[in-house]
Design a protein around this ligand. Structure first.
Ligand code: GCB
Length: 617
């Protein structure tokens, strides 16, 4: 579903604002037809986009996982009602949504973190009357959904020593299970015949392939390639084809230091009359792997940066554009050139910023700590189907972003050490996921990320182009012993490269740290220990040429479900939840800003010093 774009042929309305919400813990809404008239009873006002949890904490919604009905009204100006298609585009509903317009069910979607469209045309009130929109959002998850949920009553949750692992609210992952309409909600009006998708593939030699999908095959399509000054540098048109091959002279490559963006201006014409137009930005850059190394525009790549989370105080996982800018500014300040969208796709606004500001993004599907329940591959099919759906939707959405350099297809399967792993079924499962991803996009390397249990032998290492390793030696295992951690990490890196010959990066390493806690000797949770931990890991991994990156876990502290292991937040942030630096931030800044393995063209421009406090640590 194309990003909402307003131009001479397309109209976009933003439905952000204060909506009404009513939680439905007893699941009454469908039977009582809450969609048919104004929501009544225990309703509250909520800001959309935004998660319901922290906004309405005192109304009992902080830890609420389940259905909540959202309601708003809107009018459409008469001028655009006549022969237009009117779509509702929801940027993300975590995790299932059902939509009613004026009492009629108009569509549904499952899978959070992804935009989807619902055709409102037939149910819309004409003549400028009020339209009544109701969206039921369900934040519950299951063993077959992505991310996977947990049924606290199930055997799987209650076997072995799982009692000690119970979280509140119950999750299979270490981040807060926010619910709601978390991203922009828009009404989009287009002509009956319109463009539905654009796929751009460009190479450094100047060849550009553009694939256009539209509601009608018979209309003429025209492509113009524009440079950053809006000058036409390429053009093609056809009435019969969907695929266009163009060539431009004098390529300006996209790189972090020079994030140059071209525009593919696509028009749909009826005779000489344009009926729709869409401008898709893209960058020209190439990624390839050779001899255990990864290259961006033919220069060896090293990724400095973070595993992140998309969450902020109060707004939860809701769209927060100032926060997106702040995070990128802090990453520029600290010398990061990249981040991973752990553990789910982020707002597309982030990818757009990444394109413009020159960041390299590892784009992850919500396949976090997957647990299998059978040794028979066929039994895993319901999960496999949803996993593929999540990958397809992600690639459909993000395929044209130069900032997106890799698809991460899984993070730490079998975190819960169940018995159904490291066998033929799980091997086949990940092979299918990998092949499927490659069939949709052969241009970006696919990453799989493992935890420590099976080390170099983990089955996911076979189903990827680049290996991600999350390691916490010295924290969760053999705490404090950083020399032992260094030995274990070094041994494993060498063994993994020897066995697989693929580029490796450490996608997570870090230590929970309470800002303001200090000690003169090694003491977990202090700022000094976080610094020692992170720098010990860097020292080990930076020795190896096949290690192409270090992403510290985490960029900022983030809210987690309640558990004795966490004091409200996961405190592994290099920044606090409100984005203030812990002392390691200054050390990382010093290190990364002069780290010679990062090619100069792979660094986003750093901020001017201005009033920054210099060298105080
Ligand atoms: C991991 C997970 C991440 C956790 C992290 C931790 O391995 O991938 O989701 O938050 O460890 O801090 O325990």
């Amino acid at each position: 579903m194309l990003y909402p774009q307003q131009n001479n042929y397309r109209t976009v309305f933003d439905l952000s604002g204060f909506w009404k919400i009513k939680a439905d813990p007893q699941n009454l809404g469908h039977d009582e037809k809450w969609y048919s008239s104004n929501l009544e009873g225990d309703t509250h006002t909520i800001a959309i986009p935004g998660s319901w949890n922290e906004q309405l904490e005192e109304q009992g919604l902080k830890n609420y996982v389940g259905k909540a009905w959202h309601e708003t009204t809107f009018r459409i100006p008469q001028a655009i009602q006549k022969d237009h298609k009117i779509w509702l585009r929801i940027g993300a509903a975590d995790h299932k949504a059902e939509v009613w317009l004026n009492g009629e069910n108009v569509g549904s979607h499952f899978g959070g973190y992804m935009p989807f469209g619902v055709d409102l045309t037939e149910s819309l009130n004409k003549s400028g009357e009020v339209n009544h929109l109701v969206v039921c959002v369900d934040s519950s998850l299951s063993m077959h959904s992505l991310p996977q949920g947990v049924d606290p009553e199930s055997d799987l949750y209650n076997t072995k020593n799982y009692d000690r692992r119970h979280l509140f609210p119950a999750t299979r992952f270490d981040f807060f299970p926010y619910g709601g309409l978390t991203r922009s909600v828009n009404i989009i009006a287009v002509q009956e015949n319109h463009i539905t998708d654009i796929d751009v593939n460009a190479s450094l030699d100047g060849s550009i392939e553009v694939q256009v999908s539209a509601t009608s095959d018979s209309l003429k399509k025209q492509i113009r390639i524009l440079d950053e000054e809006g000058r036409e540098v390429g053009k093609s048109e056809s009435s019969s084809s969907e695929n266009f091959e163009l060539k431009i002279d004098k390529v300006n490559p996209w790189s972090p230091s020079s994030p140059y963006l071209y525009t593919a201006q696509v028009s749909l014409l009826n005779g000489d009359t344009i009926v729709d137009q869409y401008e898709e930005e893209f960058g020209i850059r190439e990624i390839h792997i050779k001899g255990g190394k990864i290259y961006l525009n033919n220069e060896e790549l090293f990724l400095s940066g973070f595993g992140k989370h998309e969450e902020y105080p109060i707004i939860g996982r809701g769209q927060f554009r100032p926060g997106y800018i702040r995070d990128h500014e802090l990453m520029r300040w600290i010398g990061a050139n990249s981040y991973r969208t752990s553990h789910y796709p982020y707002d597309e606004e982030m990818m757009r910023l990444g394109d413009r500001l020159g960041f390299l993004i590892i784009d992850e599907v919500p396949a976090v700590s997957l647990g299998f329940w059978s040794n028979d591959f066929e039994d895993l099919n319901p999960l496999l189907v949803n996993h593929k759906k999540a990958i397809k939707e992600l690639i459909d959405r993000d395929k044209n972003h130069p900032s997106v350099i890799s698809w991460s297809i899984t993070n730490e399967p079998n975190l819960w050490a169940e018995e159904f792993y490291q066998n033929e079924a799980s091997e086949k499962y990940f092979r299918e996921i990998y092949d499927f991803t490659k069939s949709l996009d052969s241009t970006r390397p696919v990453m799989s990320i493992s935890m420590a249990a099976f080390k170099e032998d983990d089955v996911v290492n076979d189903s990827c182009d680049i290996i991600g390793m999350n390691r916490y030696y010295g924290w969760y295992t053999k705490p404090v012993d950083l020399d032992q951690a260094a030995t274990d990490l070094g041994r494993e890196l060498e063994a993994t490269f020897k066995k697989h010959g693929k580029p490796i990066m450490i996608t997570e390493f870090g230590a929970d740290t309470v800002e303001g806690l200090h000690a003169t000797t090694a003491q977990m949770f202090t700022e000094e220990f976080q610094t020692a931990f992170i720098f010990k890991y860097l020292e080990v991994m930076e020795k190896y040429d096949f290690v192409f990156g270090a992403h510290v876990w985490n960029f900022a502290d983030f809210l987690t479900p309640q558990h004795f292991r966490r004091v409200v937040l996961n405190k592994k942030g290099v920044f606090t939840r409100d984005r203030l630096p812990k002392s390691v931030a200054f050390k990382l800044r010093e290190h990364w800003n002069k780290f010679e393995k990062i090619h100069p063209t792979h660094r986003p421009e750093s901020p001017k010093e201005g009033f920054l406090v210099k060298d105080i640590h």
